[in-house]
Design a protein around this ligand. Structure first.
Ligand code: SD4
Length: 305
């Protein structure tokens, strides 16, 4: 079974292109990379790649990761600047026995050595948003204007890959790194049991190692959907016991047979799932009874990221 799952509405076009590659016989790695590149290259999305919103000092710094579920090898980059496609850099690092996670300047030097395209990632629109935020301080809240593109792919040979890419939180402190490049938190993939990825406030996701938690539950027999719901319910339950708010966390997962899972603490969390010949947008919703997941349409999702 060919399948892909991805976070937010912004991943829709990339998921469709990735599914087309899978149908042509390409591997999960190429499909996931293509899907993420689509979002990174589109300046309309202000939380990933080109057009991403900057940190407090006005610099766009990005986190990305790539993990191969067959070998459990991964590559990740943290707080990297001026690299046009952070996902290509993360993928280039995957497979190395050492030095597979690089940060900042060293990551950029590796990109240059590999001949990966560089780009000034700050668009005029993002620069204006930053100047406004400096002026008013009103968008300086730690959770404002951010979403990570997370994509999981399963190809015809049963290989599974997960990738993530984000520019993190708008107005973050220089040097801040989120969950997206942190193994077990923002992503995890073990082709024997399944793969998972997270989007939301990275500081929270890392407290619960939520992607590993989801895959671990699948290893012990949960479906992808059960694993997402249970992992999120447990973590949020513990936060409540500690007197904390639920926060903003959304999870996706894919089983080795291509079955999807999603859960969220948000009123609505759009995601895309493709399998075989079909692709559709879905929404996970938090309801008083628990978490509901339903197919939806582009129009219904208008206005969602
Ligand atoms: C981060 N998890 O840097 C990312 C941001 C995100 O929805 O996914 N927001 O914390």
């Amino acid at each position: 079974m060919l399948a892909m799952i991805s976070t937010w509405r912004m991943s829709w076009e990339g998921l469709r292109q990735g599914m087309a590659l899978l149908r042509e016989g390409c591997g999960a790695g190429d499909a996931v990379t293509r899907a993420i590149q689509c979002v990174e290259d589109d300046p309309a999305y202000t939380s990933v790649g080109y057009g991403g919103l900057p940190d407090r000092s006005g610099r766009v710094t990005m986190d990305a990761a790539y993990m191969d579920g067959e070998t459990l090898r991964l590559g990740a980059v943290m707080a990297v600047e001026s690299v046009r496609n952070p996902i290509l850099l993360a993928r280039a690092l995957c497979g190395r026995e050492t030095n597979c996670v690089l940060a900042g300047r060293g990551a950029e030097q590796f990109a240059i050595a590999r001949g990966l395209p560089l780009r000034d990632m700050l668009t005029e629109r993002a620069r204006r948003r930053w100047l406004e935020a400096l002026d008013t301080e009103k968008t300086a809240a730690p959770y404002a204007g951010h979403d990570t593109v997370c994509v999981i792919g399963l190809d015809g040979a049963g290989r599974m890959v997960v990738g993530t890419s984000t520019s993190g939180l708008f107005m973050k402190e220089p040097g801040r790194v989120g969950d997206s490049p942190v193994s077990g938190s923002g992503f995890y993939c073990d082709a024997r049991y399944g793969a998972a990825a997270a989007t939301g406030l990275g500081e929270d996701v890392m407290r619960g190692c939520l992607s590993y938690e989801v895959v671990s539950r699948m290893r012990h027999g949960a479906t992808a959907q059960q694993a997402c719901e249970e992992a999120l319910r447990d973590f949020v339950g513990h936060k409540r016991e500690m007197g904390e708010e639920d926060g903003s966390i959304s999870l996706i997962a894919l089983s080795p047979t291509g079955q999807p899972g999603a859960a969220t603490t948000l009123p609505v969390f759009p995601f895309a799932w493709g399998h075989g010949d079909s692709c559709a947008l879905y929404a996970a919703r938090r309801t008083p009874e628990g978490i509901r997941v339903a197919e939806t349409t582009g129009e219904e999702m208008a206005g969602e990221p």
